[in-house]
Ligand binder design. Sequence first.
Ligand code: ADP
Ligand code: MG
Ligand code: ZN
Length: 608
Amino acid sequence: MKEKKSPKKSWIYYYVMTFIVVVLLNTVVFPFISQREVKEVGYNNFLEDLEKGKISEVAMGDKQIVYSIKDSKGNEKLYKTGEWPDDDLVNRLKDAGVKFSAEIPKQASPMLNFFMTWIFPILIFFILGQLLSRTLIKKMGGGGNAMTFGKANAKIYVEAQTGKTFQDVAGQDEAKEALTEIVDFLHNPNKYSEIGAKLPKGALLVGPPGTGKTLLARAVAGEAQVPFFSISGSEFVEMFVGMGAAKVRDLFKQANEKAPCIVFIDEIDTIGKKRDNGGIGGGNDEREQTLNQLLTEMDGFDGKKGVVILAATNRPDSLDKALLRPGRFDRRIPVELPDLKGREEILKVHAKGVKISENVDFNTIARATSGASGAELENIINEGALRAVRMGREIVLQEDLEESVEVVIAGYQRKGAVISQKEKEIIAYHEIGHALVAASQTDSAPVHKITIIPRTSGALGYTMQVEEGEHVLMSKDEAFNKIVTFTGGRAAEELVFGSVTSGASNDIEQATKLARAMISRYGMSEHFDMVALETVTNQYLGGDTSLACSNETATKIDEEVIATVKSAHEKAINILKDNMAKLHELSAYLLEKETITGEEFMNILNNK
Ligand code: ADP
Ligand code: MG
Ligand code: ZN
C-alpha cells in the first residue's frame, strides 16, 4: 500500500478559505443583496402610499425614511426615500394609524440573517471538505477510516466484512478446526467470560508461503462476522523512530473500540525477530521499540473483550521468545503444504470460477504437483484457463492443466529456441536415461511424461514422474533410488557419446542435496547412525541447514556424500548398460516426437 500524504496542510488551507469566504459574504454579497431588497422611491411616492393607507410601518433614519408595505399576500416590501422638511408628517402618520419609530425595520429575521451569513457558508464548506477528503482517501486506496489525521498516520485497514469463509479454504482441516474455537469465541464472548475461561489472546499461523495463512485469517473474520484489522509487519517499521510503536498503540486502541474484532499482523517476523543480535544502527532500535510496544499492548488489553490477535509468519524459528510465551501468541497453528487430497480440493475450489471440462481429472493434476502450495495450484488453474483462451477454446481441458503444471514447474515453452540436431539428440538420450533408470527400479514413481521442448526457465527437457499415492515417509532405498534416477541422465550421455555436458547441473544439485540429507539428517548412514549433524534453520523457506558438528565430522560427511552419489551413478550406468537397445529405441522415438507420454514409454519398454 502506498504511503498516505499527511493531509495537515489542506486543513489549514481549508480554514483560511472558510474565513475569507465568510468575510466576503458579509462585506460584499449580503449587503448587496439586502440593498437590492430596499427600493428607493421619490418623496411624492411615499406621500401617495401614505394617503392610500398602504404603509404599515415607518422609520426615521439618518436623513432617510424607510417604510414597509404589505402586499395582498402579506409579504413585506421595504422602500426608502430621502428626508424632506415636512412639519405635518407626524400628524399625518398618526391619522393613517401607521406605526412609526426612529428604528429602521429589520430587513430580514435576525435568526435567518445570522444563519445565512455565518452558519450556512461554514456548513457548505464542511460538507465540501468531507466529500473531498473522502474521495481523496478512496483514490489513495485507503479503507474507511477517514479520521486518522495526526494519529501517527497509521495505515490500518479495516474491513467490515472480509467476505471469505472456511469454504474458500480447501484442505487445511486441522488449522480450520483450531480456528473454529476462536470463531465461536468471537460470536459469543460472554459464554466464555461467564464461566471464567480465557481464550488465548493470540494465535500464530505458521507455514510455508502461499499455503493460505492470510486467507485463513480473513476466513476467520468472515465466519465470525466481525471487523478485520490487518496490517503487515513491514508497515510498522517506519523511517522515523517511534512511528512503529505509535502505530501499534493506535492499532490496539482502534481494535478495542470495535471489539469483538480480529487484529491480523501479517509477516510478523519483520518486527518480531529475536532481539539478541546486537543492535547496530538505528533500524534495529526502532524494530525493538515496536516489538516492545506490541508486547505491552498484548499484555494490557482485556482478553475477555473479544479482540483476537492473529499473526502469520513463515519463519517461526526467528521469532522472539517473548512473543511466544503464554498470554501472547501461545497458540501455534501449523498451515502446511497441502497433501494429495488437499491439493485436489484446492484445485476444485479454484476451478469453480472457471469454465472447465467435466472430464478433467483433478486427481492426476494433484498427483503431478506434489509439494505445490495453494497459491501455486491457483496459478496452475489460471494458467490453464489462459492457455485455453490462447488455443481459441471456450472451455478448459485436461491438456491445458497438464501444460500449465509444466509452466508452473518448469516455465513456458521456448518456442523460438534453436537447438542443433546434435544437442537435441544428447538431450533426448539424457531424458530417456532418467526415465529408464526410474522405470527399472522398484519404489520409484511411474514416468508420466517426457519432453525435450526447452523451457523459459532454462530446462532443456525433463522427465515428469507422478507418484501414485501420497508419500509421507521415504525409506533409505527410495532415497537412494532417487539419487540413482538423478544420475541416470548423465549416465546415458556418458555411455552413448563418451563425453559429458553441462546439462546435468540441476540433477547434480538435487542428488547432492538428497545424499547429504540422508547422512546428516535422516540417519541413513551406517557410520554416523542416528546423530543429527545438521539442523534445519529455516523450515518453511527453502530449508536452509547449518552444520552442527566438528570440522573433522564435516569432512567425513563430505566423503560419505561423495561415496553415496558415486555408487548411485555406478548403479545407473549398470542399469543402462543392461538396457542399451531400449535406450536407443526410446531416444530415437522421443527425438522424433519431442514429447511422449508415460504410456507410450511403457509400451515401447514392454514391447507392446
Ligand atoms: P500465505 O499468506 O500463506 O503466504 P495466502 O493466504 O496469501 O498465503 O494464499 C495465497 C493464495 O493462494 C490465496 O489467495 C488463495 O487463493 C490460494 N490458496 C492458498 N491456500 C489455499 C487453500 N488451502 N485453499 C484455497 N486457496 C488457497
Ligand atoms: Mg500471506
Ligand atoms: Zn537431467
